[in-house]
Ligand binder design. Structure first.
Ligand code: NAP
Length: 286
């Protein structure tokens, strides 16, 4: 079998077109979704991510602001900025680009963002809401995976979903979202026994490990849906996922490529959450 490719770039472009139309309609009714992205320091990867987020907002018609603080900024400086953005009616979403410099307590910062503007879905309140099956803002990467499955008409009810990786930003929220769609969910990690055997039981296999080409064909059931969240850069500069794409694509039913798979969906869902937040602030939407 040669797997059908789930094209994250194409799905993301489709959702962006839909959002562009929706934002134009909202603007017509006086609702102007706005996102503030906060960057501390000059981490080169973060600078690129922040620039891409600004561009994506512009493409869809969302007001965006970049707030840059120097590497030397104190935790109090950052808390003051977040407090200002929490109170700013033009802003519906606040994203603090991670990682933060070592002297700043990441947890304290994420908890200072108003849960109503926490479009990354990392605030404990939103984590809890997701856990009890009432998500307000689902974290963007796993939410993007759910949209990819939805746009590919993959039914999850009763399916065995196995997630490799238990991080708070990918693995755990991924599990909650799949559970909500009635999948039977298993979360694996570095201490899991017989990982290959557990993965072979998966109808839906999500790899969020951070190790290049870790998932090999012998870990995959014939016809499985394989979602590769990993982004790993090889010494020659090439980007690869956590899945050994060439061999797994011969066995899986569906597969996401890297690049061009889950990656483009993450920013798209950030914009999506910002629009939902703007609608909610205006008394529309959920
Ligand atoms: P993370 O916090 O480092 O978590 C990695 C997880 O993988 C951990 O739970 C770890 O288990 C598990 N793991 C590591 N080695 C393992 C092994 N040998 N067997 C089984 N499990 C193992 O990573 P993350 O932040 O979730 O990110 C995962 C990957 O997704 C990375 O490549 C990252 O770059 C990528 N990512 C992509 C996007 C996107 O937009 N596409 C967004 C976020 C992340 P333990 O808990 O036991 O240590």
């Amino acid at each position: 079998m040669t797997a059908q490719i789930i094209d994250g770039k194409a799905i993301s472009a489709k959702i962006k077109e839909e959002m562009k139309r929706e934002v134009a309609e909202l603007r017509g009714t006086g609702i102007f979704p706005g996102l503030a992205v906060v960057l501390v320091g000059e981490n080169p990867a973060s600078v690129v991510y922040v620039r891409n987020k600004g561009k994506a907002c512009h493409d869809v018609g969302i007001h965006s602001e970049e707030h840059k603080l120097p590497e030397s900024a104190s935790e109090e400086d950052l808390l003051r900025l977040i407090d200002k953005l929490n109170k700013d009616d033009k802003i519906n979403g606040i994203l603090v680009q991670l990682p933060l410099p070592k002297h700043i307590n990441e947890k304290r910062i994420l908890e200072a963002i108003s849960p109503d503007k926490d479009v990354d879905g990392f605030h404990p309140y939103n984590v809890g809401k997701l856990m009890i099956g009432e998500p307000i803002f689902a974290p963007c990467t796993p939410y993007g995976v759910m949209k990819m499955l939805e746009y590919s008409n993959i039914d999850l009810t009763g399916k065995n979903a196995v997630i490799v990786g238990r991080s708070n930003i990918v693995g755990k929220p991924m599990a909650m979202l799949l559970l909500q769609k009635n999948a039977t969910v298993t979360i694996c990690h570095s201490k899991t026994k017989d990982l290959a055997g557990v993965c072979r039981g998966a109808d839906i296999l999500v790899a969020a490990i951070g190790k290049d080409r870790f998932v090999k064909a012998d870990m995959v059931k014939d016809g499985a849906v394989v979602i590769d969240v990993g982004i790993n850069r090889l010494p020659d500069g090439k980007l690869v996922g956590d899945v050994d794409y060439d061999s797994v694509a011969q066995k899986a039913g569906y597969i996401t490529p890297v690049p061009g798979g889950v990656g483009p969906m993450t920013i798209t869902m950030l914009l999506y959450n910002t629009i939902q937040s703007a609608k909610k602030a205006a008394g529309k939407g959920k």
